[in-house]
Ligand binder design. Structure first.
Ligand code: F6P
Length: 336
């Protein structure tokens, strides 16, 4: 196979499918900074970046040095492209507007380092990003409210996974592509296009330690999976839990299955753990673009109109048949 770099692929998309040059610039900017983040992640303790930063993010979670460093790197890189009007991040309470100037076409939301509890144990982590149109027609500074657009308005979305290989996986609305970072040349090379979630699911991912808190439909769905060949599903399933959404989504895109982080009874006011704008939305669009599905148990995640920047949401995503089944169990209010 002839090697196709990310830059050449983006040029082809502009030439053949009318991809906006500004959007190509932004995707290339995310790719470029992800190489630097990848290098920091690779160095680990050698770079002196592991351990706690001694501060908390807006979710009340402890921030790691690397969370903070990669957030700063992302901000610098996306503003340097000159096409981002404002950025919102898991690590910042509010959106940050770019330095004043001309009107810029995009807003970007990101989780600079998802699954950061994996950092210190050398297990895969990643950067997630979601690009939205800037709704402001003038050069005024966007605020949090400008970001509150449903996921179906995303213009580009994806993640970079820092694992045994560094890979950048994204969609611009024409299928899902995967690029692998060649550590020798420092270039991202196209290694898969038109990625499709395999239809027949054999694996599921959920944090089973929360089982006693789940709602009835989730308990019922998981109980049936666990019954394997002896139950209504008539086949055995395997379970995986990496505790980094990027890694779970990557596995599902490559090998199929379903990922779930349901709401539960511990805090009824909290509609789930994961964040809508920079975790669930980009991953849901990837799934749909790869022929899969993504719901909050009741409705399509991409149709949800956000009310808050750091809004949480229940997530069921992956193979179409499985996501539809568990969503149907919610509609019918099935329980054990
Ligand atoms: O951002 C939240 C996150 O780290 C996800 O990447 C991951 O899927 C989930 O939390 C893991 O949650 P838990 O620690 O409850 O297993």
């Amino acid at each position: 196979m002839q090697e196709l770099t990310l830059e050449s692929w983006l040029e082809g998309e502009q030439r053949n499918y009318g991809l906006a040059a500004d959007l190509a610039l932004l995707v290339a900017g995310v790719a470029k900074v992800s190489r630097d983040i990848s290098r920091q992640v690779e160095c680990g303790a050698l770079a002196g970046v592991l351990g706690l930063h001694g501060t908390e993010n807006v979710q009340g979670e402890e921030q790691k040095e690397l969370d903070v460093i990669s957030n700063e790197m992302m901000l610098k890189a996306v503003f340097e492209t000159g096409v981002v009007a404002a950025a919102a991040s898991e690590e910042m309470d509010h959106a940050l507007a770019s330095p004043a100037g001309e009107r810029k076409p995009y807003l970007i939301c990101f989780d600079p380092l998802d699954g950061s509890s994996n950092i210190d144990i050398n297990v895969s982590i990643g950067t997630i990003f979601s690009v939205l149109p800037n709704p402001r027609e003038d050069a005024s500074a966007p605020e949090d409210a400008d970001f509150l657009q449903p996921g179906q308005r995303q213009l580009a979305a994806g993640y970079v996974i820092y694992g045994p290989q560094t890979q950048m996986v994204f969609t611009l609305g024409r299928g899902v592509v995967m690029f692998t970072l060649d550590p020798r040349s420092g270039s991202y090379i196209l290694t898969a296009s038109n990625v499709q979630v395999p239809e027949a699911a054999k694996e599921f991912a959920i944090n089973c330690s929360n089982m006693r808190h789940w709602e009835g439909p989730v308990k019922r769905y998981i109980a049936e999976l666990l019954e394997g060949t002896t139950g209504v599903r008539g086949k055995d399933f395997n379970m995986r839990w990496i505790a980094a959404m990027v890694a779970e989504v990557h596995r599902i895109l490559c090998r199929g299955g379903i990922f779930m982080y349901p709401r539960d009874a511990r805090d009824p006011s909290r509609p789930g753990k994961l964040r809508l704008m920079y975790e669930a939305n980009p991953m849901s669009w990837l799934m749909e673009q790869a022929g899969g599905r993504a719901t909050n148990g009741h409705e399509r995640i991409l149709g949800i109109k956000p009310e808050k920047l750091h809004q949480r949401v229940a997530v069921f995503l992956g193979a179409k048949e499985e996501v539809e089944r568990v969503t149907d169990y919610h509609a019918k209010n099935f329980t054990l």
